[in-house]
Design a protein around this ligand. Sequence first.
Ligand code: ZN
Ligand code: ZN
Length: 636
Amino acid sequence: MSADRIVVSIRETILNSIPREAGITKIEFEGPKIAIYSTNPLVLLERGDELIRNIVRTLKKRVVVRADPEVRMREDEARKAIEEIVPPEAEITGMYFDHNTGEVEIEAKKPGYVIGKEGQTLRLIIMKTLWRPRVVRTPPLKSVTVEQVRRLFRSKSEERIKFLRDVGTRIHRSIFFKEGRVRIVALGGFQEVGRSAILVQTPESNILLDVGIKPSYPMDEYPYLDLSDFDVDSLDAVVITHAHLDHCGFLPFLFKYGYRGPVYATEPTMYLMKLLYEDYIEVGIKEGKIVPFDMKCVAEAISHIITLKYGEVTDITPDVRLTLHDAGHILGSAMAHLHIGRGLFNIVYTGDFKFERTRLLNSADSRFPRVEALIMECTYGSASDVMPPRYETERQFIKLVGKTLERGGKVLIPVLAVGRAQEIMMVLSEAIRSKQLPEAVIYVEGMIQEATAIHTTFPEYLSQSVKERIYRGENPFTSDEFVIVDSPSKRSEALEIGPCVIMATSGMLVGGPVLDYLRMLAPGEKNSLIFVSYQIEGTLGSRILHGLREVFLHEPGSGRVQLVKINMEVHSVQGFSGHSDRRQLISYLHRITPRPEKVILCHGERSKIREMASYIRRRLGYTVIEMGNTDAIRVR
Ligand code: ZN
Ligand code: ZN
């Protein structure tokens, strides 16, 4: 069938199952969804969802009903009506009417009250105004990133509709090849940590899973997109598992080189990506690094994102369905499940994952409808990579912090802005509250604060207890002791004040404000440097951890390089990692259902991959396929 034929047949199915009085004026693709425009949508809405549900069942597509522009209530009246319908407890902070789609974005502090019990209030809004409400949470802590991204989407509404229509047409193009082959091409992140990028090819589709960078100096390393297997023009979709730069850092570059297709990710991932790109560009320029893209490319990339919730099954090409599953690694992190060729083959790519509940997040999903090939991260794949349990980790961490403060020293904690930072903030605020730590000021660099604000905007993606606290209007990440460093004077204050804790990016000492603090604090014997996350080989963090005690650091402003002696104590607290440790990786392979036929290991240093591969072959009886960067294999 040609694309047109598919459209015609979808249209016929819809028209045949909807009563004539609904007055259908337009049936259109909206990315993976189908939008039905109607002059009398109440016919469809009053009869309950039964009609629509039937269509969804027959077509196996998501369907959205939109009122034709001429029947929608006037904007000012609709605004008034919504204000009357929604109880004041919702605390609406903004309403944005999109005349292209007939959607109204309602921003509220308590979205639950706008939705109402079982969606009652939403239904009332539709029935009364014929505008389709979309509810979003007003960030409980002010977030510039959330504001900017939402504004970007509002301003691009018209382009967005066109983009989604094009994506829809491509997804619903006719299948040309009947024979199913599936190839995996390792473009980056194999036998190393960094620049993760995997190309999945079927005769119909080219899908890129992650496209990251590997932090290095003076230039980061990029994935092997120059391989002949990769062609940006025939790329159908990019899937980003999470917002760490080793998974998403190279995405804006794809847009610089002409990619204009869809990028699939969860909603929090989208916001976090924007924040991290911005920081990457800013820090890169300041440090004279080569940055391969600018904010224009970032805006282009962000405006091509189609957000998906966990568990939402979505057609992304004619023969591939994507479902994202919770990966438990950072806010919004996902595993990608690809269902290829109507049951022909299924791939699960774990991205980075944690198979254990943490203070902040749920454990990674291990149940899938089907899995033939599992592509699994293996950061902690060696037999020595067993981490202490969480409570033990926290105890050890608090002890180190306490000891440093007691002897009059400062604690410097390099953190990635996203994930560990929020967890460490919770641990510290809890320890101060329960008097396990003396009262001390905790300085938090601005970008971490912005990331924290994004966390509080998406409580649905956090662990049960954190979610409930945010719903109650609490902020689990702060206490009175926290001071946000958002100016040079605050930074000097942190350096001059007595004993205190300083949290700053980057987590591996490859740049960012943490280097400034390091330069100032390293010579002091009373101070401590505490690593709480994985240190990629070759980074300054990894070298200091392995014994480097003299480093050259730039003096900001003067451009001079200074030799700094590291006399401060250096510690690494392992158990906070957002990655599964060796035991959790193995237990994942025991628990995953159904059991995959093949396992491919990635995101780990060569030696760790070797150790893990031989263990799971021998002890668990898995077929393990070894791949290095630039290798391509046929998995079916
Ligand atoms: Zn990660
Ligand atoms: Zn990673």
